[in-house]
Design a protein around this ligand. Structure first.
Ligand code: ZN
Ligand code: ZN
Ligand code: ZN
Length: 377
């Protein structure tokens, strides 16, 4: 059980530093400002978790380093988290129905109106904003990429807590994954455990039993778990303040066939090879290749139908993607999944997934449960 209370946000100097670095990156991209609506980028920059809707809420971060402005509907001020605004001393331009919030944003942007907007900004706001500024925005992901990919120590600590919490759920799998229960019943029990072990909520619970394990996008069904099944369990959620876990283990209900056990042993070696390959200076593509080469050499290349991994943080899927063609060199502080799988349509599938953080000379796994096939029942 998780009993340690954790603050709902990082200390304000963490956010002040991120805002300063975001402003510098905006200037380096030859833009006048970032305009960030609610979503992971807003959470990253000021620790606020407002929701997005038809009334515009936006953080404007000028490239010149002057104080960022918050444009917010008066009735939404509370939902923005007054702490986020007050602690950081951000001026608030609140507006009421009938006002033009896009003019307030344009005034805060200044310059010639060249901006980058959060990927999560709805078109409903992007188009009137572009019209007011007289310029088409670019996406902020390109500007914030270098910042958000490399996690600071506070973020790594949060990811570590998330990893420990999801490991505790996998450790209890024998309580949940039992013959005679449907995948949906198993998933409901797991979802409760995800919360009980310290997450804010269960974000996803994949229970792929028997032939359903061969579909990497399967979630749950009413299929009843039976003796002899191979079962893929891929689970995660966010821990305060918003950092995700994501870990997959493959279970056998009773002793598996020797050829299945041998195939999963190869998958375990592939996952290990990718973890061993991950270190500063190595490309994301090379980590993907390290896992893939092991499977190809064993004649299993065609069974591995997806990329090896994805970055993780305030989003479950973010940069860097561990995929062929991504020549991004890894750097200390980058956090991502390593999750090779093998899928045999109509029969069974398996996946092994850990989150790792790149260190000075390698990569540290944040998930530590045994990685090979775990036999239950
Ligand atoms: Zn996963
Ligand atoms: Zn994943
Ligand atoms: Zn996915």
């Amino acid at each position: 059980m998780s009993t340690t209370p954790t603050p709902s946000r990082f200390p304000s100097d963490v956010y002040a530093d991120r805002l300063a670095r975001a402003a510098r990156a905006t200037g380096a991209a030859d833009l006048d400002a970032l305009v960030i609506t609610p979503g992971p980028d807003l959470q990253y920059l000021v620790g606020a978790t407002a929701s997005s809707h038809e009334r515009l809420t936006a953080l404007v971060v000028p490239a010149d380093g002057s104080t960022p402005t918050v444009v917010v509907p008066r009735l939404e001020l509370a939902s923005l988290g007054p702490a986020a605004v007050a602690e950081l001393g951000l001026p608030v331009r609140d507006w009421t129905d009938g006002d033009d919030p896009y003019r307030l944003v344009a005034a805060a942007v200044g310059g010639s109106g060249r901006i980058a907007v959060a990927d999560a900004m709805p078109a409903l706001h992007v188009l009137p904003l572009a019209d007011t500024l007289g310029a088409i925005p670019i996406l902020a992901t390109g500007v914030l990429r270098e910042l958000r990919m490399v996690k600071d120590p506070a973020e790594i600590e949060a990811l570590r807590r998330a990893g420990d919490a999801i490991d505790r759920v996998h450790a209890r799998m024998a309580e949940f994954l039992q013959v005679g229960r449907t995948e949906r019943e198993v998933a409901d029990l797991i979802a409760r455990a995800i919360v009980a072990e310290g997450h804010e909520a269960a974000d996803f619970v994949i229970v792929g039993s028997g032939p359903n394990g061969a579909d990497p996008h399967h979630e749950v069904s009413d299929r009843v778990v039976a003796a002899g099944d191979i079962v893929v369990i891929d689970i995660g959620g966010a821990v305060t303040p918003g950092y995700y876990s994501d870990s997959t283990r493959t279970y056998a209900i009773g002793e598996p066939d020797a050829d299945i056990a041998a195939t999963i042993a190869v998958l375990e070696r592939a996952q290990q090879a990718a973890r061993d390959a991950a270190r500063p200076g190595v490309t994301a593509a090379a980590v993907d290749a390290a896992a893939r080469d092991v499977l190809v050499a064993a004649g299993l290349g065609d069974a591995f139908v997806h990329r090896t991994g994805h970055g993780i943080g305030l989003s479950v899927h973010e940069e860097p993607y561990i995929v062929a063609g991504n020549d991004t060199p890894l750097a200390p502080g980058m956090a991502f999944s390593i999750e090779p799988g093998v899928y045999f349509p109509g029969r069974w599938g398996a996946r092994i997934e850990d989150i790792v953080v790149v260190t000075a000379d390698g990569a540290e796994a944040l998930n530590r449960r045994p990685r090979g096939l775990t036999v239950l029942g």
